[in-house]
Design a protein around this ligand. Sequence first.
Ligand code: ZN
Ligand code: ZN
Length: 280
Amino acid sequence: MKNHNTNLELNKEKILQQGMLTEANINFYADIFDYQFTTANRWAAELPKVEIRDEGTEPVLDTASLQNVLPSNQLYLSSLTELAAIISKHNPGLNFDHALELLKHDSANAGIIESLLIMDNSKIEQLAASAGIGHEEFLFLVVNCLKPLFIALREKHYTADPETHREKTCPFCGYYPDMALFSGEKEGKRYLSCGLCENLWAYRRISCAICGESDQKKLEYFSEEGNDRYRVDACHTCNGYIKSVRLNRLDEIENCDLIIENLMTLPLDVEMLKKGFSKP
Ligand SMILES: [Zn+2]
Ligand SMILES: [Zn+2]
């Protein structure tokens, strides 16, 4: 995987100058990205055995087989502790003790990946409440703990052509896209990027990336005046939105780090929430 910290470092000055993030935020993400990079490499060296479905069946990864092995996996358990310590270091007062207890010992752990993949917020909220922390904090811990594992699994098991058009959820792991990309002449091609395994796949240009709505009257997009690098696609059917980067004709898709672009466009999220849309 890419170490997003390299690209964060490259953009640091611009991010600070434009007030997109504070220095403390940047240091926090730098630690998170280093953790993800190191942990993904550790996973790559000792991947758990999982079921991979035949080509043509999506998602390719059978997460049920993963749920069975994780609760007793040493690397999973130690990376949870490590990640919780990083988050707490940057957010004094945030205590993950109960969350770790739950995730390491409770049988509820088994259902977490499934709840994430189907976006069953009630289950996640219930677990967060029993851990005595907020829903967002709990989700951040779980997603960032699973991310390096899912990336390592994808890099080993998924070889499909990103140009093949797919559905709105990740063809490898089934999670939702958290960012999109337009490339080619007149934004001719659109790609979605998975919020968990960072996979990239082609998707219909005019369709909601969250619910699939394709009626143009229900879809709307926003651009900042004087800045055509970004656009936000919103949907009046599901009330969701997704941010996109518009690449220049000569920009290579591989050189675009959507994780960093996502951070650099946080002000757009604030604007969309104010407009009444929500992030999936
Ligand atoms: Zn994925
Ligand atoms: Zn929609």
